[in-house]
Ligand binder design. Structure first.
Ligand SMILES: *Cc1c(COP(=O)(O)O)cnc(C)c1O
Length: 396
């Protein structure tokens, strides 16, 4: 057995490599603790975190309000199974439905699972209303919907598929700039629904065109296909609205979300509109850990603070990021919505992220862009300091 008391960063890295499946390319940082927007590594080095655990830590590290909601629930009841009623998930579902106008929620533990539920709901609805041959889900090229076998197939990027053939059937991919092609696909494939991200995250922070998204909704209305919106990354205030579809004036039939919802604990949620609210009956779907009371208590503390004033402040900080970075040497473009930001740089994005890390700033990439997903409540001071480090790293 190893002595885990006094290892150096290199020794932790070697111990990780010895027994953890090699699914991640990690940076040489052993995270020890965090507070607010600051991550501290085991040597005491501090980093301003513009990644927030890939958009998960909506209120940063160890947010006191979230922590006390979680701790209070943890001290009372950690889990009971879904055979019994628990209070936090009921309160969370009530809040989510009141804020979105959706009717029902199914809770799971991750984004992939939230999408699995969305896909099952759409298929079941279509089977009941149009016939069981209406089962295909149309997704978009460059999309990302998860890593389970079904959501992998839903993901419109070949390089995620290649090693895991045969793909789960029942998916077809439309072009993000060609509504006519999507309409033809929906008809030809007998689609149960169309699943979109309003801002493609992993696909490169691609903000969908307003006309395109509204056109997708129109196709759904014309054909009877359900409109499914994947808000796993864009949801829960990330884009400056509670959910990104709210920027587009559309009314989805099914919304899936995860990442920021739990403030750092694993949760997925699938919201069903009135139209498909009663699609599931007991036995159709379930999750052992889903609707966990500790996780849901934390999520209530997150969602209840995402009010209009808070969301407006997310948009103000978004403007601050844009105005600070736009036109700086080595920066070609700043795209995104709210605090989901993609930066096109002259130097390779990976090089910039490594340079930032050395200088005490954590950033992400998305395809060829530098991607920022800072905590939604990041202070102006931390934001400006981080942007200074980033701008310097982008200089040719
Ligand atoms: C991260 C992500 C997922 C997958 O979420 P997991 O929690 O990793 O399963 C699905 N869709 C989108 C848009 C995402 O960004």
């Amino acid at each position: 057995m190893m002595d885990f008391e006094h290892l150096t960063t290199e020794q932790w890295m070697a111990a990780d490599a010895a027994h953890l499946a090699h699914t991640y390319g990690r940076f040489p940082v052993v995270a020890e603790s965090g507070h607010g927007s600051i991550l501290v590594d085991q040597d005491g080095k501090e980093y301003i975190d513009f990644g927030a655990g890939i958009g998960v830590n909506a209120f940063g590290y160890c947010d006191p309000e979230w922590e006390s909601a979680v701790s209070a629930q943890l001290a009372k009841l950690q889990h009971t199974s879904n055979l019994y009623y628990t209070k936090p998930c009921i309160e969370l579902a009530d809040q989510l439905c009141k804020r979105t106008g959706m009717s029902k929620v199914f809770f799971s533990n991750s984004g992939g699972e939230a999408n699995e539920c969305a896909i099952k709901a759409a298929r079941q609805y279509a089977a009941e209303h149009k016939g069981s041959d209406y089962s295909t889900i149309i997704t978009l090229k460059e999309s990302f919907h998860g890593r389970t076998l079904a959501t992998l197939a839903a993901t419109g990027q070949v390089h995620y598929h290649e090693k895991f053939l045969p793909l789960t059937g029942g998916f077809a991919y439309g072009d993000t700039s060609d509504l006519d092609e999507v309409r033809k696909l929906v008809e030809r494939e007998k689609a149960a629904g169309i699943l979109i991200e309003c801002v493609q995250g992993e696909g490169g922070v691609n903000v969908m065109d307003r006309d395109f998204v509204r056109g997708i909704e129109a196709i759904c209305q014309e054909t009877g296909a359900l409109l499914l919106v994947d808000e796993v990354q864009t949801g829960n205030g990330r884009t400056g609205k509670l959910y990104s579809y709210m920027h587009y004036g559309i009314s989805p039939d099914i919304v899936s979300t995860a990442k920021g919802l739990g403030g750092g604990l694993p949760i997925g949620a699938t919201l069903l509109s009135e139209k498909c609210a009663d699609v599931f009956s007991p036995g159709d779907h379930g999750s052992t850990f889903g609707a966990n009371p500790v996780v849901c208590a934390g999520a209530v503390s997150i969602i209840s603070r995402l009010d209009e004033a808070f969301l407006d402040d997310v948009l103000r900080k978004s403007d601050l990021v844009r105005s600070t970075l736009t036109g700086k040497p080595g920066i070609k473009a700043v795209d995104g919505l709210g605090l989901m930001i993609g930066i096109t740089t002259e130097k390779p994005a990976g090089e910039i992220v490594s340079e930032c890390l050395k200088n005490g700033l954590l950033c992400l990439t998305a395809k060829t862009k530098v991607r920022l997903l800072p905590p939604l409540n990041i202070s102006d001071e931390d934001l400006k300091q981080g942007l200074e480090i980033l701008a310097k790293a982008c200089e040719p």
